[in-house]
Design a protein around this ligand. Structure first.
Ligand code: B12
Length: 225
């Protein structure tokens, strides 16, 4: 079928919440590709994410409703089940880069982006403890302490929930633990400016960027900078 055509079909499948069509097309892309050239991240970023983004825009404009958004999200997640093992395989033999506790903040149930970042972190040797969604500031901190984590990473997808990222940082300060952890923030409405404003150590709008920044900040700490 050709990759471009397949990706277009996959984007449509996510938009329509057509899981069978998505899975079938992903399998075709995988079967047709030279195993050396197969790029699972490209399948996610070009073949799937634009579909979800489009449904989100339509929802924002009142053109589609919650059930459609839910179906698109479910279809996306079914696709991830096939792609994820192909991504994580690469990370197994790596030396451990660091430990991350990762969650979506309080009252936020969006997890797709968080899960992609987690998968990619694992492929780069991070040990990641997934706290799931709707995670309270106390839970973030308790779990980080228990795991002796290097990084606390928080995802927030809504303008109404991103303030909980600040609450976690404030809670760390209150406990005298702020400097113990590298704090990363991300998710739809989050940008560098917000990260700086709330006193986070970094943010990124992409999964690859998230891994990069985590690696750099950990290396800086280990180097004593
Ligand atoms: C899928 C989806 C859902 C699904 C979520 C399923 C799930 N299990 O995750 C469902 C249908 C359940 C849902 C529900 C709701 N949603 Co919704 N949803 C979306 C949608 C379409 C896509 C989100 C997504 O998965 N994107 C794809 C991923 C890959 O992108 P991402 O999350 O941004 O992650 C990337 C980066 O941000 C970054 N990243 C992410 N996390 C982190 C963390 C760190 C540390 C770093 C460094 C980087 C990083 O890396 C990722 C990979 O590139 C968005 C639209 C949009 N434009 O985002 C709306 C959207 C976020 N939802 C919205 C709304 C309003 C809701 C609801 C309130 C709807 C309702 N009336 O009930 C509920 C909220 C429930 C709640 N309490 O949380 C609004 C939010 C508006 C706002 N206030 O800001 C949006 C923007 C839609 C819109 N245009 O109105 N939603």
């Amino acid at each position: 079928m050709g990759k471009e055509k397949a990706y277009k079909k996959m984007v449509e499948a996510v938009e329509d919440g057509d899981t069978d069509k998505l899975l079938e097309t992903i399998k075709e892309v995988i079967d047709e590709a030279d195993p050396e050239d197969l790029d699972p991240l490209e399948i996610i970023q070009i073949g799937m994410m634009p579909g979800l983004r489009h449904v989100g825009e339509l929802f924002g404009e009142g053109e589609v409703f919650l059930p459609e958004m839910l179906m698109a999200a479910e279809t996306f997640q079914e696709g991830m089940k096939i792609i994820e093992p192909r991504l994580t395989e690469a990370g197994k033999e790596l030396e451990k880069t660091g430990t991350v506790v990762f969650g979506s903040v309080l009252t936020d149930i969006h997890e797709i982006g968080k899960n992609i970042v987690i998968t990619l972190m694992k492929t780069h040797g991070f040990e990641v403890i997934d706290l799931g969604a709707n995670v309270s500031p106390t839970t973030f901190v308790e779990k980080a302490e228990a795991a002796n984590a290097d990084v606390i990473a928080m995802s927030a997808l809504m303008t109404t929930t991103m303030t909980y990222q600040k609450d976690v940082i404030d809670y760390l300060k209150e406990k005298g633990l702020r400097d113990k952890y590298i704090v990363l923030v991300g998710g739809g409405p989050v940008n560098e400016e917000w990260a700086e404003q709330i006193g986070a150590d970094g943010s990124s709008e992409s999964a690859v960027g998230a891994v990069d920044i985590a690696e750099k900040l950990i290396a800086n700490r280990k180097g004593g900078k």
